[in-house]
Design a protein around this ligand. Sequence first.
Ligand code: NAD
Length: 481
Amino acid sequence: MTVPEPNHTRETVYVDGAWVPSTGAGTLPVVNPYTEQVIGTVPEGTPEDVDRAARAAARALPGWAATPLAERVKTCSVIAEGLKARAQEIALTASREMGAPWQLAVMVQAGLPVIDFASMEDVAGQVEWERRSGNSVLVRQPVGVVGAITPWNYPLHQIAAKVAPALVAGCPVVVKPSELVPGVAYLLAEIIDAAGLPPGVFNLVPGTGPVVGEAIVEHPAVDMVSFTGSTRAGRRVAELAARAPKRTSLELGGKSASVLLGDLTAEEFGNAVAGSLTGCLINSGQTCSATTRLLVPRARLAETEELLTLFTQFATIGDPMDPATQQGPLVSKVQQERVRAYIRDAIDDGARLVAGGPEQPETTPTGFFVRPTVLVAEAGTRIEQEEVFGPVLTVVPYDGGDDEALVIANGTPYGLSGAVWAGDLDRASAFARRMRTGQVAVNGGVFNPTAPFGGFGQSGYGRELGALGIEEFTALTSLQF
Ligand code: NAD
């Protein structure tokens, strides 16, 4: 491959249309989770950096809001082209900083953000920007300055899923990327800088959640916070925002169920188990919408275990840059330890280990790896209820019919995603409609990047992507005539 080694060391923040030094002197390390080596540093942003960014964004608001919609959409198309041109560099940066296997890095980590920006051309036209209601005309206005706080697992997609619709809605943004994987956000800022947006419309301040994240949430010039991350941090964001109060949109954790109904033939059952495992292990198990619970009729538990023992042997662990690798390392030592502790505690609690386990894989003594792990546990146990955020599938047997399966599927505090598989499509579809979750894959239906994405319960509120993702960043004004 001829992609130059990315630059993981940055010395500036992007504020008011310019690369400027942070007001602080601190730096944050960037670690390659495969080699465990520090490969760069970024500025540890400060509340003063946030203040400069938020005030620049507020100054930019009237002009950007008044820019014709077609021009704001065109800007997103230009950014999409910029992302496409630098896709290999983006993929390599994501792979180096968070261990994404190369194939996934190219297709998803670099590919999805292109769709996020490019799709604006289509979906902006689906927004009802104005409509009559009695003697009123309801007009959608930009909600104002948006603070965007994002995690590390799909580091550029999660930024793009906020920035593209916010720009189309007419909102300037202040972005805080994950402190663990900041590199791709810098590449986006370079692309946006080259696209020639007015100063202040896009701002990037790296740093930690408690300092930069909270400063964004609390800044009086920030009108809305769009947050993606853990339920714990999301709760804190909502509490701080409530003091103003200001609007929040929260994309949080999940414990999604893939439900196999009783009428599947042996072949269909095998495909469903394989699909569910893939849905759990994608991105080395670090996906908020991962199907981490596999619900099967108890009578088919032995068949399930046999299949999973076989399938997990094919989940190749190793160097993210090796094209054959399916499972890279987890993002950090902390994450690796957290996931291992979950596996150990589950076994102590009575879960049965079918594949994998908490030990370091023999083939990869270095790197924050966790073996693809399958546990069998009963509904209601901790491993069945809590988000692990690693390559850990919990098989949950159910007795009785679809109604019992539904109670278990809906029986966690989360509701982000899910899947259902049945021989009869109508039966699968009817089951899917009763799942209290933001999206459901019916008989293997694939992810739709322009359908609304978001949660029920502790998975958060608000929706991203598609036309609804744009509407999220608007507020209605009623003009009475
Ligand atoms: P995290 O909550 O630790 O961090 C997410 C972001 O929030 C980071 O930028 C972090 O610096 C910031 N943050 C942390 N504390 C903060 C605070 N007090 N105030 C403001 N900002 C703060 O999450 P993570 O470990 O980076 O990501 C994993 C989590 O994200 C998982 O729980 C996963 O399910 C969730 N996630 C959800 C979605 C979704 O769309 N629903 C997508 C991806 C990840």
